[in-house]
Design a protein around this ligand. Sequence first.
Ligand code: SF4
Length: 325
Amino acid sequence: MTQSTLEVSHLYTSFFSERGEIKAVQDVSMRIGKGQVVGVVGESGCGKSMVARSIMGLIKKPGKIVSGSILLDGQELTSLGENELCKIRGKDVSMVFQEPMTSLNPTMRVGLQVQEVVSIHENVSKEEARQRTLAILSAVGIPEVKERYNAYPHELSGGLRQRVMIAMAMVMRPRLLIADEPTTALDATVEAQIIALLRQLADNGTSVLIISHNLGVIAQLADHVYVMYAGHVVESASVFELFDNPLHPYTLGLLRAVSSLRSQSKVLQTIPGIVPNLAHLPVGCSFAPRCDKCMARCTSTQPELVAVGSGHEVRCHLTKRVDAQ
Ligand code: SF4
């Protein structure tokens, strides 16, 4: 097993409103090895982005991490104050957001936005910060970097803007890059280029956590996958195991929906119903109202996440625990 860059253990994150406690993340544990790409997949509202924001220390009131541990190379992040987290964000852990147009400053040249990250975290001359900016813009595949350095975000295509975001996230060579739906706003060609770029970063030793509702992106990029539903991890396995031997009814539903899209079947397969309101989760299994295999026990007792094989875990009463030898 590779050395862990990130170890999340039994993480609970909630938002407290007048309508009650919204349990956004419940008992989530995950690890990412050095140079490993880990995917988190699930529908919107399943808690994927809240896991990322918890790791980044970006949960704002009325939300908070209720309990659990987040270790980055052995350092506990949940006990750090905002000043200490600011030093880590952008330097040791970076995040690429879904829509670069809303994440980049529209009034500032893109080169200066990347350069600013260097100047904030390191005491280097303006010229050195500029040279490092040009080098990273070139490394993420931006052509004619000297001209593009002076461009404003609206003067670049969607693909180039996303590359600028990745350059900004990578310029300090972070140990962990979190990419939240990094290709959702892009066309298929640019999506393939960004996937190749993220894979290249991992091959060079950066650990990558990619969040996506798109199983196709996850299949191309991830080494290991966590499937999330209603704030819980419901299945986790290596990417090959998950696609060869999916066990949780929710994972099966997601895969059926993708294959009916790919095969251009006349009947589009969907998972009936919607993701439950996280403030009013059903008793028992959260997936029970949508599950075609639901049994009496499912509506009264919440299933535990159990190991069903090497590195494969499932949260469903139908699966049988395989105890370690
Ligand atoms: Fe379906 Fe029951 Fe398994 Fe939940 S525990 S996924 S309701 S079979």
